[in-house]
Design a protein. Structure first.
Length: 226
């Protein structure tokens, strides 16, 4: 297992068998329309300083325009788009290597704080309430692994997620250190992967219906779905 990434760890968390198909056997998942839309949106954001509108669908043009017009976005001076990080961590003599691509590195023009900007696109907001009654986007809960890995590479940076939907004004959500997984928790998941022998299905159609329903391997490969 040469490199770990947020998507690998999330896939393993979802289902060990799915991880096996995708990362051990190398069977590619299908390209889904919603993934393609997200990829295109990220491409458009990365090119926003020299935005060739004609190359992007009208919905994405509107989303990028709304992001640029948002005063919360205007407070950042972007230093670099699609910045690659390769954090390496050693614990008990074992080396763990990670890889990730941040959406953007920026400086907050108001307080000078170095900030990682992540852009999340979706059809609409999916909010959940934390124990303090604060509302957060579901995507952030799903991305806790991602920002925890990035923080190992750039611990002095703050995180700001811009949630950009097709129908709601973009808004920013800051991530505080208590919302990170912590280095040891991440490395524990990596150890689980190192030590895994069976890669048996850990999602089940009855208890985790949506994980299986969204899984590309259910139709012709996964024994749990036959
Ligand atoms: S169909 Fe369900 S159990 Fe099988 S690999 Fe996919 S997520 Fe795992």
């Amino acid at each position: 297992m040469p490199w770990f990434s947020a998507s690998k760890l999330r896939c393993f968390r979802d289902c060990h068998k799915k991880f096996f198909f995708q990362y051990i056997e190398g069977v590619s998942a299908k390209a889904h329309e919603y993934f393609e839309f997200g990829t295109l949106f990220h491409r458009a954001v990365a090119e926003m300083t020299d935005f060739n509108r004609a190359l992007f669908p009208i919905e994405i043009q509107r989303m990028v325009d709304a992001l640029r017009a948002n005063p919360q976005f205007d407070r950042f001076e972007i230093k670099s788009f699609e910045y690659k990080v390769w954090p390496r961590v050693t614990r008990n003599g074992r080396e763990y290597k990670f890889f990730g691509i941040l959406d953007a590195l920026a400086i907050d023009k108001i307080d000078g704080q170095k900030t990682i900007l992540e852009f999340k696109s979706s059809e609409r907001e999916w909010l959940y309430e934390d124990r303090n009654g604060e509302k957060h986007d579901e995507k952030l809960r799903d991305n806790i692994v991602q920002h925890s890995i990035y923080s190992m590479a750039l611990p002095e940076y703050r995180f700001a997620y811009f949630i950009v939907t097709k129908h709601v004004k973009p808004r920013v959500q800051y991530i505080t250190p208590d919302q990170f997984m912590g280095r040891d928790k991440i490395l524990n998941v990596c150890d689980e992967i190192y030590n895994e022998m069976e890669f048996a299905p850990t999602a089940h159609r009855e208890s985790h219906g949506s994980t299986c329903m969204m899984c590309d391997y259910k139709d012709n490969m996964c024994e749990a779905w036959f």
